[in-house]
Design a protein around this ligand. Structure first.
Ligand code: MG
Length: 168
């Protein structure tokens, strides 16, 4: 895949700095898609994730979200945003809105997938939402859920004959 001329490598680096590996995202994709794609191989999931992370809209959303999380962690944001980020106020909502720039690219299956992992918070999403880690991941948890939801949707679109999450 041609990842030159965009921020793919930078995004992977920033994600790693925030404790998220591509294999963590792959775990979420497996969780979402294991009953619907056969066989669901490592290669297929990795390819789908890399495709999602190669889109500029996705990269922009991730880089923006991580930047805000980091600035909040460094207490560099103005009020009232700083306090809202520290408390991860559920009424803030801008974190979810930013993820729409990702899931809008992958249609209704991606949207349903996102809601599903956002509710259950499997794998890395649980860690990202754990305040005892000392990190602020207001944006990153939603962005990772959206990337996994979109990668799973890509795989679902490759298997149009199979049932998938739209009926959930
Ligand atoms: Mg959030």
């Amino acid at each position: 895949m041609d990842t030159k001329g965009n921020y793919y490598d930078l995004v992977v680096k920033r994600l790693a700095e925030r404790g998220v590996k591509l294999s963590d995202i792959e775990e979420l994709v497996y969780f979402l898609q294991k009953d619907y794609t056969h066989p669901l191989t490592h290669e297929k999931m990795e390819d789908a994730i890399k495709n999602v992370l190669s889109k500029r809209e996705v990269q922009n959303a991730i880089l923006t979200g991580i930047q805000l999380d980091v600035l909040a962690e460094e207490k560099k944001l103005d009020e009232p945003i700083q306090s809202m980020m520290v408390k991860d106020e559920s009424l803030y909502g801008v974190d979810e809105i930013l993820t729409f720039s990702i899931i809008n690219l992958y249609g209704s299956i991606s949207f349903t997938n996102y809601g599903y992992v956002d509710r259950l918070k499997p794998g890395i999403l649980k860690w990202l939402n754990d305040p005892s880690t000392g990190h602020i991941n207001v944006f990153l948890d939603d962005l990772i859920g959206a990337v996994a939801a979109s990668a799973a949707a890509r795989l679902a679109h490759d298997n149009p004959a199979l049932e998938h999450h739209t009926s959930k």
